[in-house]
Design a protein around this ligand. Sequence first.
Ligand SMILES: Nc1ncnc2c1ncn2[C@@H]1O[C@H](COP(=O)(O)OP(=O)(O)OP(=O)(O)O)[C@@H](O)[C@H]1O
Length: 379
Amino acid sequence: MGNSFSFKTPKDKTTRKVTVVPPPKTDRRERNSSGNMAFHSHPVTQDYRISRNILGVGINGKVVECEHRASGEKYALKVLRDVPKARREIELHVAASGHPHIVAVLDVYENAYNEVQCLLVVMEKMEGGELFSRIQERGGTAFTEREAAHIMRDICGAVAHLHSMNIAHRDIKPENLLYTEAGTRGQIKLTDFGFAKRTNESEPQGLATACFTPYYCAPEVLGSEKYDKSCDLWSIGVVMYILLCGYPPFFSAHGLPMSPGMKSRIKSGHYTFPSPEWDCVSQAAKDLITKLLKTDPAERYTIDQVMAHKWTQTLTRLPDTPLCTAFNLEKAEWPEMQDEMEKTLASMRVDKEDIHIKSLADSKNRLLEKRKAAGKTDH
Ligand SMILES: Nc1ncnc2c1ncn2[C@@H]1O[C@H](COP(=O)(O)OP(=O)(O)OP(=O)(O)O)[C@@H](O)[C@H]1O
């Protein structure tokens, strides 16, 4: 069973036909009888030489370079504390791994360091950096709408794969879109399943999980209403918007991320296609963005509708007139914005396991205080 598609191994440029389940050929892990991942319990250092080269640092830990002892090939190693959230991240990343536009997981180890139980995830090493840094680094070479459409088709391909497996990523943002190779070659791939969630698992009734990154979150999340896959479609709309002009749709005029005004603009879905940067962009692109940035998730396009949309379908016929993206990205204070976004993210993130229901005795709610004082309790 499972979908068949072509993929390239990180180092091997030959395209092979593989099946999602059982796992792709890049995957060195063994599977147990039920097809689930089997983690190695022997030390990771037995198979990999760990380098001091830090590839990136995220809120959940660092990602370092490592070298496979047997083949000499370089990989990325993500170290996570062994907690249920990390297990969920790895389980969903492994399930999605094998798609050509999702960073491949090759091995998972459960090792203890200084008596702290850790999970170590060996992934293909993405050498080409983040999506927008790459566009920024192009120098004088023009970035065109046709190129933007190719990038979006790849990102949407990854999301279509996830959604077909009933997995919502919930953290699609430029920092999680990495290129395999530096320079102009290489493939874009989606990574970081830290907030991914199975959409077909039931949650306690009425519990909306607020878990998002500002700028890329759906308005209903800000209103802490329930959300699912449509959250990823909203993110896709924002990434597409930035790709075509070089700044986010709900841009704070003062460069301050998540100002109160911006929050309300996100909630009300208020954005425009300002002149001059949008003048040369096709009507089809604007139409698709409009369908993706709908405030009501019920009205928002699904990933299948995106794949069938005229803009996604007519890649080669789209205008190759230069866009203002690279120029505007140059001006944007990305590191500062990302930094601010991370802080906001940490303060706003609420997940199922973070919600603790207080007992009446511990409650500081004024209405309940009054009831307690009056000696009233509900039984
Ligand atoms: N496979 C990889 N190859 C190269 N670099 C990587 C790879 N995976 C992650 N990185 C780098 O490490 C950084 C952190 O990784 P990741 O986003 O997975 O961690 P996180 O703790 O979940 O982060 P976040 O704070 O974005 O939620 C990334 O932004 C990227 O720069």
